[in-house]
Design a binder for this molecule. Structure first.
Ligand SMILES: Cc1cc2nc3c(=O)[nH]c(=O)nc-3n(C[C@H](O)[C@H](O)[C@H](O)COP(=O)(O)O)c2cc1C
Length: 290
């Protein structure tokens, strides 16, 4: 029996659900599977496993920093069997390409690659009144993920693998957006601009618990203090029941990009959406889209 490790990052749970389904498929193919969400700390040593799977959501048309850091930290995979999968709310961009290329550079041998839609709780869109890909992944995609796991198992057992081509790079405007959310700007600029309204904050600790990089500590009044290791996932601001956290997501310079992205997404028949209102940590559907 081969051992498989699936390392993924999931803040909203959709990547985790797909990972669990892929694991089910692999187990049906007689593999022993361990799952690890990067938000729970460092994963086990992949050297103890025969197969390594990587799952990531698209964040700003690439994998989030926590996933790229993990990929960079991997030792040489020298022929280890690898597979990857991406969750995305609208436009995946280079997220899959980055993961696949990193695994290839490390010497991994690809046995599978898949993409799925996942409900897009990006705060910028929610604040503009849109939830993209609501209720995704749907049962059909969950079933497809299990089948994907079975196919990976079959390829690991020697079935020929037809490697999908890399996705075309995203259009210039999306590359510009991705550039604006680069690591240097996030560390040196945006992470300093997470702002707390101390009068509104009731020190509930939700933001501290939710932060996937443990970037939020507490002061002596148990109110949050923001560090620099931010992913710009905006979970802290999104889930704050007091609306006490503000961030650059509402900056006017991002406005045209949000409007452009949402206009493109709402015209794309392959991307479902609903109109929502987001306040006090809750997203409520107000109108069905398509
Ligand atoms: C901060 C942030 C940035 C995102 N950027 C993108 C993106 O560039 N393209 C896309 O298609 N989806 C994007 N999404 C949507 C997620 O990729 C998608 O919702 C995914 O299913 C989330 O995975 P999770 O539920 O496992 O956290 C973004 C979501 C967040 C929170």
């Amino acid at each position: 029996m081969s051992r498989c490790l699936i390392v993924f990052f999931s803040q909203g749970g959709t990547t985790g659900r797909i990972a669990a389904s892929i694991a089910e498929g692999l187990r049906a193919g007689k593999h022993d599977v361990d799952l690890h969400n990067l938000k729970n700390g460092p994963p086990p040593d992949p050297g103890q496993y025969d197969i390594l799977g990587i799952g990531t959501p698209a964040y700003y048309f690439r994998p989030p920093f926590i996933v790229s850091d993990y990929l960079n930290s991997l030792p040489s995979l020298s022929g280890k069997l690898v597979f990857s999968f991406v969750l995305h709310g609208s436009l995946c961009g280079d997220a899959g390409n980055v993961v696949r290329r990193a695994l290839e550079r490390k010497g991994g041998k690809e046995t599978g690659y898949a993409r799925y839609h996942g409900a897009d709780y990006f705060l910028g869109y929610l604040k503009h009144g849109y939830l993209l890909s609501p209720n995704h992944p749907k049962p059909e995609a969950i079933a497809r993920a299990k089948q994907f796991g079975q196919e990976v198992a079959a390829c690991c057992a020697g079935k020929a693998y037809e490697r999908p081509v890399y996705a075309a790079p995203p259009a210039m405007i999306y590359r510009l957006e991705r550039f604006l959310i680069n690591r240097l700007f996030v560390r040196q600029m945006y992470s300093r601009l997470l702002w707390l309204n101390k009068k509104k904050c009731n020190a509930c600790g939700i933001c501290v618990k939710l932060c996937p990089t443990k970037n939020i500590s507490e002061d002596n009044k148990r109110q949050p203090l923001f560090g620099r290791n931010c992913l710009l996932c905006f979970s802290c601001e999104m889930k704050c029941p007091q609306d006490a956290i503000a961030s650059p997501v509402t900056w006017f310079m991002f406005w045209p990009f949000m409007v452009y992205n949402l206009r493109q997404a709402s015209r794309d028949a392959s991307i479902e959406h609903v109109r929502v209102v987001h306040a006090r940590g809750r997203t409520s559907v107000v109108e069905k889209g398509k």
